[in-house]
Write a protein that binds this ligand. Sequence first.
Ligand SMILES: [Zn+2]
Length: 464
Amino acid sequence: MTDSSHQKPLDLLVAGGTVVSGQGRQEAAIGVRDGRVACIGAPESMPAAEETLDVSGKLVLPGVIDPHVHCRAYSSHIDSLADVARSAAHGGVTTMVVFATGEENETMLTTLGRIREEGEAGSVIDFSLHAWIFEDFEYLAEIPKAIDSGVTTFKVMMGYKKRGRGRCIPDEYFYAALDIAGRHGGTVLVHAENGPVIDYLENKAFDAGMDGADFQEYSRPPELEAENVARSIHLADLAGCPLYIVHLTSTLALDEAQRGLAAGKNIVVETCPQYLTLTGDAIREMGAPAKVAPPLREEADIAALWKAIQEGWISLIGSDHAPYTVAQKNDPPFTESPFGAPGIETLLPVLYSEGVAQGRISAERLVQLTSENPARTLGCYPQKGALLVGSDADLVVIDPEGRSTVTAAGQHTNSDYTLFEGWELTGRLEHSLLRGKPLLRDGELVQEPGYGQFVPRAASGAAL
Ligand SMILES: [Zn+2]
């Protein structure tokens, strides 16, 4: 497909590679003009270009959209939004959606405006925001205004009763968020674990002297994830609101999600690379740095999650990047240590290596999971998440034969560890473009902080 009507030469031609979409792959060149994909097709059919990027033998994928990202916002995360963006860019992520968790006494719109400005000033990649749900009806009444401003997704946290405001939302506020968002075209994201029961079990585990993987496994069993997934689906269905279940981890919870999906409920399910690759043994080896919630599970859960990805039950993958330093994790007693781990920079490399190179999923399925489906669910497709004529020219170039080794020292987050230390990965990220401009060139970041733009999103509805 070409656009011979344009007289102006292309700004850039990406030639010689295999262009992968969710539907298939083709040997094709991509012509870029004014930041967008102007044409895709045989190289000889392309208009003249100012510059050519030779990607012979490489795979060309749409830029990764990470839908699940924490930065410092009413939290002690060690990365600011700009820091996360820098790390993300080195991992092939071109758009991220960050949780906009507000300070005490801030309105929802004030928080969204403030964090948007922070991103526009310092983010090197494009970004959007998820509004955070607090237990405050006046605050929830701002949901329609947030949707009008392009923020169409709302995060409900259920799992952390001990961690204060906005961390374990009582049902009436959860339901109000579903009700209001549902009536205005929004989508609610839920961290589905039963916080009050976890709180009770944490106290018991603490009294029994547990302080490691045993504490995590005792206080956050899969039953409390499954129970919350099931009830969240029913509440969302009653309210008529699309539901996005973040970081699903266990076979039991998967059973409940599959029941909902099979019944045609308007839900989508996400998991994360760490839940596809690591078990509770990571805590036994690394200690608190591997403390995440829901906890890392068992081998059988990992197998079930991959199968659900292959069969289409799980349709997106986010990093749940939640960056802390080793000291932040290890200084407090294990039971008090913050939940979360860095991961935005390893999202694509680990998924490519463990998924595509290991033969668990095709490169096409990878594109669905990390680009197309996030864009559709979040309401920015096909501007983002695809390489169609007219889409933003956001792409990553992978050498499928390349190798890399993950080290904390090689990462660009302020966090000083990685859950994947020493992992030898197949597939190497070489270049990326964001809106037609080089973002990564030979693995080096070549854009400045502030290049990233806020991406307003349309009300969409979760179902894919
Ligand atoms: Zn998270």
